[in-house]
Ligand binder design. Structure first.
Ligand SMILES: NC(=O)c1ccc[n+]([C@@H]2O[C@H](COP(=O)([O-])OP(=O)(O)OC[C@H]3O[C@@H](n4cnc5c(N)ncnc54)[C@H](O)[C@@H]3O)[C@@H](O)[C@H]2O)c1
Length: 476
């Protein structure tokens, strides 16, 4: 083979992957035909990522409008590098989208399930999408026996459920479903980078060969690979998310203690997080965790415990503290402003965290509802929501301000509910000058307390104490 041909068959550089630090020139894996069911936050990143790695990928979603947009290269979700990656995949012919199962399924070697598994009223994970997608796969196998890989976060034993549904749809000759659990650990807002730089790849299966085959799809990527049985892989995902939630609730509980003691939580976190056994991540106090993963995954693990008769007081406490963080924010505003009836509250941030468009299970939305229940008038600004007002329920759209300063205009108090970086750059003097009152509640520790106070605000923070509180502490 000529040297130029060999080069054409390699990834040129890490920059070619838009992202970063893949080492040198890496031989492409053998192209494989992959189908990804569900083209949302997880599925779309994975589909575009695998196409970039050289595989032929078809993303299937039942949402016709979404598929139409994706075929035109329009990406709904806010992920750095994703529109470029999707455009590149489409242009290369290695990435396609469909609403139909039939054409792609019978040709697929690997089928990934990346459908949503929301929380039921009882707290369990809702498996209806997994079941219906698996049935649709089974109906379209046409005698083939691809490896079915579950990416969706789903309770321990789901792999066996999938196996059963798929087995029923297979011919006698091929009645041995090949199931692998490959949980996803991406962080929204950084999902593309996380795809190309995973911290680990977990693959669980009855068949170590099938698990390894799935791990090999990621081959050019550098990450530890952990091959487990099906149930262990499923459990690893729940334990990861529940532990992250536990860290957040733990530091939030400590933050409320610090508020009463007049001690600054940031100093405590720093003093503690230097211990390598503890570390700094997921250790920032605020109004609590949210989003489409942590709340439902903690609830689902608790539910699993209940069905097994195993009590889970730690998980119950984690949820309880998370609820308290929301109500505590409102209680503190009430204590400062008196009755909230008719008070104008400027709100910065509606998404569940900065850098994403996602408002699912957003703590900010919960606090907004609590404030409205108390009769407050809300003026909200969020960088992602203003770009796409459809992200919030219709009733909330008339409350949207066009800029951060506009949200503060005439307000009795300003509350920061999402950790958008943009908020650090808003001129605080201007914000203060357009407000009626002077209270600023920083529910995410976004701003420096000293800057806030230097601009004539009365500061309230989660575990972060104002100068006045410090003085009271030294007076006693
Ligand atoms: N969002 C995250 O950060 C994240 C991280 C790790 C794991 N997960 C897990 O990954 C799974 C997917 O999450 P998501 O955030 O991507 O969800 P999502 O809601 O963004 O996307 C799910 C997509 O699946 C499609 N879908 C549902 N049922 C279908 C079916 N039967 N056939 C075809 N399409 C179908 C929906 O239309 C939707 O577009 C969940 O189990 C979640 O817990 C999510």
């Amino acid at each position: 083979m000529a040297a130029s041909d060999m080069l054409a068959d390699t990834f040129a550089t890490a920059d070619d992957l838009l992202l970063g630090t893949l080492p040198g020139r890496i031989t492409k894996p053998a192209p494989t035909r992959i189908v990804v069911i569900g083209c949302g936050h997880v599925g779309l990143v994975m589909a575009a990522g695998f196409a970039e790695l050289g595989h032929d990928v078809v993303g299937i979603d039942r949402d016709e409008a979404l598929v139409k947009e994706l075929r035109a290269g329009t990406v709904r979700i806010r992920e750095t590098g994703l529109p470029e990656l999707v455009a590149k995949g489409l242009a290369s012919g290695r990435l396609a989208f469909d609403t139909r199962y039939a054409p792609a399924i019978s040709r697929a070697q690997f089928i990934f399930l990346a459908v949503d598994t929301p929380q039921t009223m009882a707290g369990a994970a809702d498996l209806r999408n997994i079941r219906s997608a698996t049935r649709s796969i089974a109906e379209n196998l046409n005698g083939t026996s691809p490896i079915l890989v579950n990416k969706s976060t789903s309770p321990i034993g789901t792999g066996e459920t999938i196996e059963e549904i798929l087995g029923r749809g297979m011919t006698e000759v091929h009645r041995s479903p090949r199931i692998v659990s490959n949980p996803e650990f991406l962080r929204q807002g950084r999902a593309v980078d996380d795809f190309f730089h995973p911290d680990r790849i977990v693959v669980g299966s009855r068949s170590p060969e099938d698990a390894q085959a799935v791990a090999d799809l990621y081959k050019p990527l550098v990450a530890p690979v952990l091959v487990t049985d099906l149930r262990s892989a499923e459990m690893i995902k729940y334990v990861s998310n529940s532990f992250l939630a536990t860290r957040i609730s733990f530091i939030n509980e400590i933050a409320r203690l610090c508020e009463q003691l007049g001690i600054d939580i940031d100093t405590i976190v720093e003093g503690v997080a230097h211990d390598p056994r503890i570390g700094p991540h997921f250790f920032q106090p605020g109004i609590g965790y949210g989003g489409s993963c942590l709340p439902k995954d903690v609830a689902a693990l608790r539910f699993i415990g209940e069905t097994l008769g195993v009590s889970t007081p730690v998980l119950s406490g984690v949820q309880q503290v998370n609820d308290i963080q929301r109500t505590s924010a409102v209680r503190r505003l009430r204590a400062r402003l008196g009755s909230l009836e008719g008070k104008v509250i400027g709100v910065w941030g509606l998404t569940f965290k900065g850098g994403t468009e996602d408002t699912r299970e957003s703590p900010s939305m919960d606090v907004v509802h609590l404030l409205q229940n108390d009769g407050a008038v809300i003026q909200a600004y969020d960088p992602a929501v203003i770009a796409d007002p459809e992200l919030v329920p219709a009733g909330h759209r008339r409350l949207l301000a066009q800029t951060a300063v506009e949200a503060a205009r005439g307000a009795d108090a300003l509350v920061i509910l999402t950790d958008w970086n943009d908020f650090r750059h808003v001129p605080l003097g201007e914000v203060r000058s357009v407000m009626r009152g002077n209270v600023l509640f920083d529910g995410r520790g976004v701003l420096d307390r000293r800057d806030v106070e230097a601009n004539d605000f009365a500061y309230l923070g989660v575990g972060r104490v104002s100068t006045a509180q410090r003085r009271r502490r030294t007076d006693t």
